[in-house]
Design a protein around this ligand. Structure first.
Ligand SMILES: C[S@@+](CC[C@H](N)C(=O)[O-])C[C@H]1O[C@@H](n2cnc3c(N)ncnc32)[C@H](O)[C@@H]1O
Length: 258
């Protein structure tokens, strides 16, 4: 589970998603309903969804009654988000202009690791209303152990590696420390889903990950064929340990919450 590792300096990967925007929207998972319900506590909640991509999370929040504005730098991704009826401002979060706006909720779905936390966190402190929340969310989907080991061995030959779970845990600990230093109180919410994918659906999902998207076309075709051979017709049983780090400003006392 590499999702929380900050990779924002690798702009080639950060800016790769638009080239697979349709596949991304079709194959990336939606967020568990329980997490959405946890976040949208009242109709009309104002939400800023950052790194909104094709609007997967934005649309779920809007369906639950929130009033969502998306921020997304990539043209192809933003176009799909807009097509879902979500207004989008085209920008990286670092360059985005708040223009004195504040939000009840600011969300990053699978996107906080793509922004520079040293720029993002001070900006977020003044963006969230008193009593409002910041939610950093990740769907963390892992194939069952035996399948994963076989797939990882082949992927490593193409330079596609998965950091050990210890380094993912370290990344989360480091992130929580950064959030606390930025004066956020962090609540950790996890929701587990058991999933099963057909072989083609699994491969289509995996090849929307930026470390696969940036492979040379020939390597991509070859790797996909080799993974397909290993999987056969069995498909993949997987677990999604969806994680939300839900943050409130610790400088806001309960009495001053709106
Ligand atoms: C993995 S996708 C997540 C998309 C969507 N939130 C979801 O849950 O499916 C990451 C998105 O972050 C965007 N992104 C990359 N760098 C960014 C930055 N500095 N500021 C805001 N968004 C960024 C990418 O263009 C991409 O659409």
């Amino acid at each position: 589970m590499a999702e929380l590792t900050p990779v924002f300096t690798d702009r080639r990967r950060a800016e790769s998603f638009g080239s697979v925007a349709d596949e991304y929207d079709r194959h990336r998972p939606r967020y568990p309903r329980a997490l959405i319900e946890w976040l949208v506590t009242a109709p009309g909640l104002t939400v800023l969804d950052v790194g909104a991509g094709t609007g997967i999370l934005s649309a779920q929040l809007a369906s639950a009654g929130a009033d969502v504005l998306a921020v997304e730098p990539d043209e192809q991704m933003a176009a799909r988000c807009l097509a879902k009826g979500i207004p989008v401002e085209r920008s990286t979060f670092e360059q985005w202009q708040p223009r004195d706006r504040t939000f009840d909720l600011v969300t990053f779905g699978q996107s906080f690791h793509w922004v520079d936390p040293d720029v993002a966190l001070p900006k977020l402190a003044s963006l969230v209303t008193a009593g409002g929340r910041l939610a950093l969310m990740w769907n963390r989907i892992m194939a069952s152990d035996s399948t994963r080991r076989g797939l990882e061995r082949i992927s490593a030959e193409y330079g596609v590696t998965t950091p050990a779970s210890t380094s993912a845990n370290n990344a989360e600990t480091a992130l929580q420390a950064l959030l606390r230093r930025a004066e956020f109180t962090v609540e950790r919410v996890e929701v587990r889903e058991e999933l099963h994918y057909s072989t083609e659906d699994w491969l289509s999902l995996v090849f929307t990950h930026s470390n696969h998207v940036v492979l040379e076309p020939a390597a991509k075709t070859q790797l996909r064929a080799r993974l397909r051979d290993v999987l056969g017709d069995e498909g993949v049983s997987a677990t999604n340990d969806a994680l939300a780090l839900i943050c409130t400003r610790s400088d806001v006392t309960p009495a001053s919450r709106g």
